[in-house]
Each structure stands twice: as C-alpha cells, then as structure tokens.
Ligand binder design. Structure first.
Ligand SMILES: Cc1cc2nc3c(=O)[nH]c(=O)nc-3n(C[C@H](O)[C@H](O)[C@H](O)COP(=O)(O)O)c2cc1C
Length: 120
C-alpha cells in the first residue's frame, strides 16, 4: 500500500525524525516536505498522511496549504503530530479536509518539547 506523508517540522525537527524513522522501515512510504513542495500529484497514493509540529494550536500553515491545494477528493488520510501538550490538535487540518470528502483513518501524536538546547 503506497503512502505519502506530507510533513512540516520547522522547530526542532521532532516531527521529521518521526516520519523519517517510519519511511526508513517502510519503502512504500514517500516523504514530501510541505515547506518546499508546492504542487504534487497525490492521486497515485493509496493513503495520505499529514504530519506536523503544532504551532499555536495548529498544524503548520504549509501543511494546511498543501492539503488545500493538492489533496484529491475521497482519499483515506491520517495524521501524525508532535506537540507539548497531549491534546487533540487535528481541528485545523480537519477543517481544510471538510471540502475533500476524506476518510480519516486515525491520528498519532507524540508529546515532545525541547525548550532550549544546552551549550556548554
Ligand atoms: C512557536 C511555537 C508554538 C508552539 N505552540 C504549541 C501549541 O500551541 N501547543 C503545543 O502543545 N505545543 C506547541 N509547541 C511545541 C511544538 O509543537 C513541539 O515542540 C513540536 O514537537 C515541534 O515540532 P517540530 O520540531 O517538528 O517543528 C509550539 C512550539 C513553537 C516553537
């Protein structure tokens, strides 16, 4: 089953580490960085995942824009996010998908917060 993971990870790279670990184990997963990719044909993928750090309660704007522009109708989708709080942060992405008739398969979240990096 082919899967596209569209992701943005602009703070500490937490989300990127997660999706890269998944892609390393699963050759049928394609990673697409939403901050650098604008128009991509997603029709060839069986499942589409949107992955993001959470910023002010939302998925990164590049992921929201990417979903709005590129997600075809009637796709199976799921969500991955990393955040400081263990909360359902899928409202922003679900709002974008309202017009897409997408089927949400589920969500995976990981609580991760690195406030500062220690420099001796
Ligand atoms: C500007 C900013 C805003 C954030 N807002 C939230 C938030 O509203 N809720 C939350 O739980 N975490 C918030 N966080 C924590 C990040 O979601 C968390 O560190 C995440 O793992 C960052 O993902 P990334 O390293 O892939 O960018 C925020 C972090 C930053 C830098």
């Amino acid at each position: 089953m082919t899967t596209a993971i569209i992701y943005a990870s602009t703070h500490n790279g937490n989300t990127e580490k997660l999706v890269k670990a998944i892609a390393d184990k699963h050759p049928d997963v394609t990673l697409i960085d939403a901050t650098t990719s604008k128009e991509v044909d997603l029709s060839k993928y069986d499942v589409v995942c949107f992955a993001s750090g959470i910023y002010a309660g939302k998925f990164h704007q590049s992921v929201l824009n990417f979903a709005s522009v590129n997600l075809p109708q009637d796709k199976d989708v799921f969500f991955i996010y990393t955040s400081a709080m263990n909360t359902d942060f899928t409202k922003s992405i679900k709002k974008v998908l309202e017009r897409k008739n997408a089927t949400v398969l589920g969500r995976f979240m990981r609580k991760l917060l690195i406030l500062c990096k220690y420099t001796p």
